[in-house]
Ligand binder design. Structure first.
Ligand SMILES: Nc1nc2c(ncn2[C@@H]2O[C@H](COP(=O)(O)O[C@H]3[C@@H](O)[C@H](n4cnc5c(=O)[nH]c(N)nc54)O[C@@H]3COP(=O)(O)O)[C@@H](O)[C@H]2O)c(=O)[nH]1
Length: 800
């Protein structure tokens, strides 16, 4: 029946019920050794149940089914009203449009190793072998192994149909044997199968040796394999993409939820759809309070319609806008935010959403503003700083130059501000500076600039003055506002004074630097002359300031360069004329400048802070010298050293002196300290404490230059003094000057009452000595009894 119908399968039915299918492949299941094989009922050998697919099943699915189950046929169901059809591998191979693909593939990629049967193999044996090897074709070969025919499942069906009993293989392998090269394309293999209407081609290599067979099944299986691998590839790519997009979505959600920036998503009309938690945190609005509303819920009212119009124009034209915008929190507080609005487009390039991303920049802007302010203003007083002052002076110079007028720069420095800091602490110092700034601001004009350069230095710029008188008038006003004392502590008020130096454009300089430098120089001149005053700059000052500068630079190296030395001046007993002591006087021999007077360099050292180092050197050198004299066996007399008020304020002074005495093994009784009245001006208690300690260890103390300073006699009783030295200026005027005479007598009287030794300084003449002899004075010190001299020279006095 199959041969008549030229088909490869038969559906076996019982009435309308399909029981199974019998294909050529099932023929291989038959036992061809049995004689009545053709009489066996078909249901014993058919495949049942029949695999079926709905008619709309995709070809790929059917191919996959064939591959999984090893079928070559499958029933196609058209529903209850229509008879089913059969789809075979051949149908698929012939009908799917895969020519292009088949051209690209070679026969060897799809061929199958074939079963070869010698031509004298029995038919039953051949069928058995084919069944066991599960092959649908076998190549019959001659004794030289050359192919002479091919047996397929269709040939087995033919044997059945013709009821042949034990035919030889050459009898049934009558079908044309078509060979194909294994390098040929699958397309030519398929075409050869169709052209010759055969199921199998023998695949031979270039030498004509049988390599295998290829059939429609093999071609289809190959396609199927390729198809599934490509499908698998496509599916895994799709899965990967899906996974990635899920991850992306997940990530986007997490970013949305945890972002520090507020995020708002609106629909194309601007209606809010979603906001993130940061939005709530920044604006105070919960999501449900803003969903369905527009962003105008946050409007601060600080921006006009033009601003918003321009913003939306940019979003519509460029898809994005970024900028700073003031918005309003739910609480009503305004805040500055950095906002980026972006348009989101769908696949048709229509706006599907708008996203707004913002962060609160109010604090950052405030900080920036603060940094900008700090760059130009002093933090403590809020006044313009040096940088801003320089800008203003520069502008004022341009204005003055253009309009041909004068301007003035006043340099103001607090007198003895260091003492306030040292004694009352930096907080009180800051308070004084702040109050001073306020008082100065009060008296400056709107057009003036009051600046703080740092420390206790202030500058007033007067951008336009009519004459020098204006500067002096302002100086007077400054003194007036300083008349009221400053409160330093609950029980301590202090009147503060300032030293002011002024320079005027164009007379004193044409540049910012020159005007400031010259005002500073003038201010220093006030300091040098006892502070608390106003000085206008002059050219001589410039010269002096230059010398000052050179001297300071040299003084810094004086100790290391061994340029300092001590000279000694005898203190002589008025009655006996014996040397009772010596005063060590510092000498500086600078190679270029020559001998520089201590009257010049000591104030400079005090100003620059070098004095402490110098005083240390003096203490150590004097002790070393005393030890030297002691070792030489010289008659020991106390050596007085001058200690600056600045060193006296530091507690470490007593420690230094003690150490020097120890180091050089000098008895404290051979050392005397000379101090001046100015040492008590600022912190008398501290100085008294230091002196008491020194006194306790046996050092005697002399008060120098008495009568020239503050001469407040009340403190004399409080001080642990041993000696009072009457300043040389008094003795120079006696006996002619009555005032000096009265004063000397009064001073000696007080000293005697306080049980203090009296030394008269500056005695140069015998007349002055006679005068002193009449008084009840103890000692004299002056050129008459001995000029200050080097240690080696003074040694000769010991003998006297
Ligand atoms: N802190 C320190 N100060 C010191 C030190 N050494 C000196 N000085 C102080 O420098 C000032 C000037 O001192 P100097 O130039 O040495 O002058 C002293 C004497 O040479 C001078 N003198 C002495 N007798 C006479 C005299 O008969 N006539 C006259 N015209 N001058 C005379 O007087 C100065 C001594 O002054 P005083 O100290 O007040 O006794 C001076 O203030 C020194 O104190 C130092 O090491 N450290």
């Amino acid at each position: 029946m199959m041969r008549q119908q030229k088909c490869s399968s038969i559906i076996v039915k019982d009435e309308d019920t399909i029981l199974g299918i019998w294909t050529e492949a099932d023929a291989i299941k038959l036992n061809f050794r049995e004689n009545d094989i053709g009489q066996q009922p078909i249901h014993q050998f058919m495949t049942s149940p029949v695999e079926s697919v709905p008619s709309d099943t995709r070809v790929g699915k059917v191919v996959e089914l064939f591959r999984q189950r090893g079928f070559r046929h499958c029933l196609v169901n058209y529903g209850p009203t229509q008879a089913p059809g059969i789809i075979s591998q051949t149908d698929i191979t012939l009908n799917i449009n895969i020519d292009h693909f088949l051209t690209l593939c070679k026969v060897k990629a799809a061929q199958e190793l074939c079963l070869t049967l010698k031509q004298d193999t029995s038919f039953a044996k051949a069928v058995e072998t084919m069944r066991l090897r599960k092959t649908d074709a076998a190549v019959v070969i001659d004794d030289d192994l050359r192919p002479i025919g091919i047996i397929t499942q269709a040939d087995l069906v033919k044997v059945l149909a013709d009821e042949m009993s034990s035919p030889s293989l050459t009898e049934i392998a009558l079908k044309e044997l078509v060979c194909i090269d294994n390098e040929d394309t699958l397309l030519s293999a398929r075409d050869a199968l169709m052209t010759h209407k055969i199921r199998h081609l023998v695949v031979a290599n270039q030498q004509g040796r049988v390599e295998g067979v290829i059939s429609m099944r093999h071609i289809l299986q190959f396609l199927q394999m390729e198809y599934s691998s490509q499908l698998e590839d496509a599916l895994s790519k799709r899965d990967e993409a899906l996974k990635r997009s899920m991850q992306d979505l997940n990530l986007a959600e997490r970013v949305f939820e945890h972002a520090m920036e507020g995020i708002v998503i609106t629909d194309p009309t601007g209606e809010i759809i979603r906001v993130n938690p940061a939005f709530t945190l920044l604006t105070g609005y919960q999501e449900q309070e803003v969903v369905g509303k527009t962003m105008s819920v946050l409007a601060s009212g600080k921006h006009d319609a033009v601003f918003y119009h321009e913003m939306w124009r940019q979003i519509n034209e460029e898809g994005q806008w970024s900028g700073e915008i003031w918005n309003k929190r739910k609480s009503g507080d305004l805040f500055l935010e950095w906002l980026t609005i972006s348009a989101v487009h769908d696949e048709f390039n229509n706006v599907s959403h708008f996203t707004g991303l913002f962060r609160d920049v109010t604090e950052i802007r405030k900080q920036e503003e603060k940094i900008r302010h700090l760059a130009y203003f002093d933090e403590l007083t809020g006044l313009p700083n040096r940088r801003l002052l320089k800008d203003r002076v520069s502008m004022a110079i341009s204005g003055a130059h253009r309009n041909e007028h004068q301007l003035a720069v006043m340099f103001i420095d607090l007198d003895q501000f260091k003492n306030i800091n040292d004694n009352f602490g930096h907080d009180v110092g800051d308070q004084v500076l702040t109050e001073l700034a306020q008082r100065l601001e009060y008296i400056t004009r709107d057009e003036d600039t009051l600046a703080r350069l740092g420390g206790d230095e202030f500058v007033i710029l007067m951008p336009s003055i009519n004459s020098y008188e204006d500067v002096i008038r302002l100086g007077t006003r400054i003194n007036q506002v300083l008349k009221d004392p400053f409160l330093l502590s609950d029980d301590h008020n202090k009147q503060i004074t300032v030293s002011i130096g002024a320079s005027v454009y164009p007379d004193d300089g044409a540049t910012v630097e020159d005007l400031l430098k010259h005002a500073d120089t003038a201010m220093y001149s006030v300091k040098a002359n006892g502070r608390n005053g106003l000085q206008l700059f002059s050219q001589e000052m410039a010269q002096r300031s230059m010398q000052h500068f050179t001297m300071e630079a040299n003084l810094r190296n004086a100790i290391e360069r061994n340029e300092l030395s001590l000279h000694y001046q005898p203190k002589v007993d008025v009655i006996s004329g014996s040397m009772m002591g010596m005063e060590a006087l510092l000498r500086w021999h600078q190679p270029q400048l020559g001998a520089v007077s201590p009257a010049k360099f000591i104030p400079l050292a005090e100003e620059t802070g070098l004095i402490e180092q110098i005083d240390q050197w003096v203490i150590d050198s004097a002790c070393a010298q005393i030890r030297h004299w002691l070792e030489k066996g010289a008659y020991p007399v106390p050596v007085a050293i001058n200690i600056s008020p600045i060193s006296l304020r530091h507690r470490k002074l007593t420690r230094l002196i003690k150490k020097a005495l120890e180091r050089h093994q000098v008895p404290a009784s051979l050392l005397q300290i000379e101090i001046t009245e100015s040492a008590f001006i600022d912190d008398m208690d501290c100085v008294i404490m230091q002196l008491q300690t020194l006194k306790e260890i046996g050092i005697s103390i002399a008060l120098d230059d008495f009568g020239t300073g503050y001469s407040s006699l009340s403190y004399l009783a409080k001080l642990p003094l041993d000696e009072l030295k009457i300043d040389a200026s008094f003795i120079h005027n006696v006996p002619d000057c009555e005032t000096s005479d009265t004063l000397i007598r009064a001073i000696t009287g007080i000293a005697k009452n306080l049980n203090l030794k009296v030394v008269v300084e500056g005695v140069e003449t015998n007349e002055q000595l006679s005068y002193v002899e009449e008084l009840v004075c103890d000692q004299v010190q002056g050129y008459l009894t001995g000029r200050p001299a080097a240690a080696s020279v003074i040694e000769t006095n010991f003998a006297k």
